[in-house]
Ligand binder design. Sequence first.
Ligand code: SF4
Length: 251
Amino acid sequence: MSELQQDDKFQWNNTIESASGIQWAIAEQANGIVAVIVNSPGGILTGKQVRVLAEIVGEDGVIKNTRRMTSLLLIPKERVTVALEQLQAVGLRVANLHKSVRNIVACPGKGLCSHSRGDTLELAKALDEAFYATILPWDFKFGISGCTRNCTGVQCQDLGLMAESRGKYSLWIGGTESGMSPKHGVLLRKGIPREQVIPVVRRILETYVAGAEEFRVELGEGARTRLYHVLEKTGVERFEKAIEEVLATRL
Ligand code: SF4
């Protein structure tokens, strides 16, 4: 199975799409204002980062929080280059829109919610570090919940993780929350140790990319192939087998 590829060469060139195919969340609007969506796994921003966002939009500017826990900024076109430098200086990046991983959604979790059974925000950050700007067939949405109250709706994400007790996680794949036919994903595995989550997720993404390539003709050239489309072709067993191989080599 081929390794995942990442696009670490983001440069704004007045178009949404890069050479790698990833579409970045930065786009000029009809009125000449540029909308920039800022990546922030789990919706976490430091005070310093918030101050920079406020500086970028100005006193009367607007920051819109989105349902995927990002901040959308509206910036005059001539100020975009400087704004991107300001974001980079405080460790913020432009979010991925299509053909990659969307901003990772996570509930407050351990330390912030009394119901939580495990960490969510540190895991969101770790997943972002591992998979931001990974080149994928189409959108890929992660959700992480700290308990069965499931405030992020993990079954309705391409990949959902729910904390169990004793540092383990349950994993769902193949859901989608939006569009005209939202779907619940399937529960792929319970009891995944925290230290195995990143390798398991990597293998899920590799299996998704390989499946999309294998069924490229049937799914349609240029199709917006989500994980659930691939699952319908491969069956869930291929994904189960793939992650059991990972778990077996590391247990
Ligand atoms: S999913 Fe559980 S831990 Fe997370 S915010 Fe909701 S109640 Fe709290």
